[in-house]
Design a protein around this ligand. Structure first.
Ligand SMILES: *Cc1c(COP(=O)(O)O)cnc(C)c1O
Length: 394
């Protein structure tokens, strides 16, 4: 029997659930791109983008996914043969490193595990052992979406500054922007990158790149510049066509403006982060309650480093694939597959963006029903524990 014939819920870690308001804002005929309303939409977007990453620096929007943001960051600041240090803590910084290598950069990996954050002491030691400052950039993800770790970017930035190292600190916030506190200027991050389809509640198709003064200075000598991503023409607010390197992504711009208005209505980034914190706490309470030897377990060992955007759950001897199929086919809930080295015995719960207690409790309750149906050993009811957490905020 299947019970899936209601509204499907997709709880994968991106794309996230899109608000109807955003989808409706996107559905409109194409306007003139050189005059009229679109210019106002564009001005509103660019006026607000800095406040999302909390920076007075430049904001750039690429017509791409997050990968385009990655590429934009590299090619506008670095030259062939420059060395980048990739901080491993799951999959995503490593894939960014592969892109760097293909672009002609030298890549060194500060190795890490799938279950822990980047080791700040190891980073400090590596920078101290770089007397000629050969490292030009440090690549790190705030949340790695495979492992669901939350790296402490404030602490990482402090390490880079204390080392008085020239390397640019580039942070992949694709999973975490709009879910997790991020303070680009206050922490001293040089480049931040995001994508539209996760915490920012807009369908995939936009990449974001924010650049601070050190990154903009590096642009002056960058040898890897690529036409479509080049910063200079994009910095001309009078010319929408060059700001987007061609025809602007009109539908997405309307959607983004609506999503940004929703963030403002909620009370700004602090309110959005606070909601994600409570809902993520609820997810963690559920997983913690389900936990049992040989079965459910958190992937990220230290509770202080678990992401507010996604949770990777290990399933021990229990088949994560069977759980996923049961939830999707019989209950209309799509869970994220485990990726990287974590594929078979793990699944991921995305909790990013347009979510509230009914959506998160529905997801957790459905997972719990799936686990019960499979006879999975369980410590206790995750739903009850999650409701306790949410109750404190009601
Ligand atoms: C989703 C994600 C990416 C990839 O983004 P795309 O939009 O698929 O290019 C990169 N890094 C992190 C941390 C992500 O969560």
């Amino acid at each position: 029997m299947t019970l899936r014939f209601g509204p499907p819920v997709v709880a994968i870690p991106g794309p996230s659930i899109m608000p109807d308001r955003v989808l409706e804002a996107m559905r409109r005929p194409m306007p003139n791109i050189y005059a009229g309303e679109l210019l106002e939409v564009n001005a509103e977007i660019f006026a607000g983008l800095g406040s999302i990453a909390r920076t007075e620096g430049e904001s750039f929007v690429t017509i791409s996914n997050g990968h385009g943001g990655w590429q934009m960051a590299l090619c506008n600041t670095l030259s062939a043969g420059d060395k980048v240090l990739v901080c491993e803590s799951g999959r995503f910084a490593m894939i960014w490193g592969d892109m760097a290598e293909l672009s002609g950069l030298k890549v060194e990996v500060l190795s890490g595990t799938d279950r822990d954050p980047v080791d700040t002491a190891a980073l400090a030691e590596r920078l101290a052992n770089d007397p000629n400052q050969e490292i030009s950039a440090i690549l790190i993800a705030q949340t790695d979406t495979a492992s669901s770790v939350r790296n402490d970017i404030e602490a990482i930035a402090r390490v880079v500054h204390d080392a008085k190292h020239r390397a640019l600190l580039m942070v992949d916030c694709i999973a975490s922007m709009g879910c997790e506190q991020f303070e680009m200027d206050a922490w001293g991050v040089d480049i931040a990158i995001a994508g539209s389809q996760k915490g920012l509640m807009v369908p995939p198709g936009l990449g974001f790149c924010w650049a601070g003064p050190r990154a903009l200075a590096a642009y002056e000598t960058a040898g890897l510049r690529v036409g479509i991503f080049d910063w200079e023409p994009r910095m001309n607010p009078q010319a929408i066509y060059s700001q987007y390197s061609g025809t602007p992504p009109i539908s997405h711009m309307y959607g983004l403006r609506e999503a940004m208005r929703m963030i403002t209505e909620e009370g700004g980034m602090e309110a959005v982060w606070a909601r994600h914190q409570v809902l993520a706490n609820a997810v963690r309470a559920a997983v913690g309650s389900w936990a049992a030897p040989g079965a459910i377990e958190f992937n990220i060992v230290d509770p202080a480093y678990r992401s507010n955007a996604v949770t990777t759950v290990l399933t021990g001897g229990v088949s994560a694939e069977e759980l996923r199929v049961r939830c999707e086919t019989n209950a209309g809930l799509t869970l994220g597959i485990g990726i990287g080295g974590l594929s078979e015995h793990s699944f991921r719960i995305g909790h990013m963006g347009h979510l509230n207690p009914p959506s998160i409790l529905g997801t957790l309750g459905t997972i719990e029903a799936g686990l019960i149906a499979m006879g999975c050993p369980m410590g206790g009811s995750g739903v009850a524990a999650a409701a306790e957490v949410i109750a404190k905020s009601l």
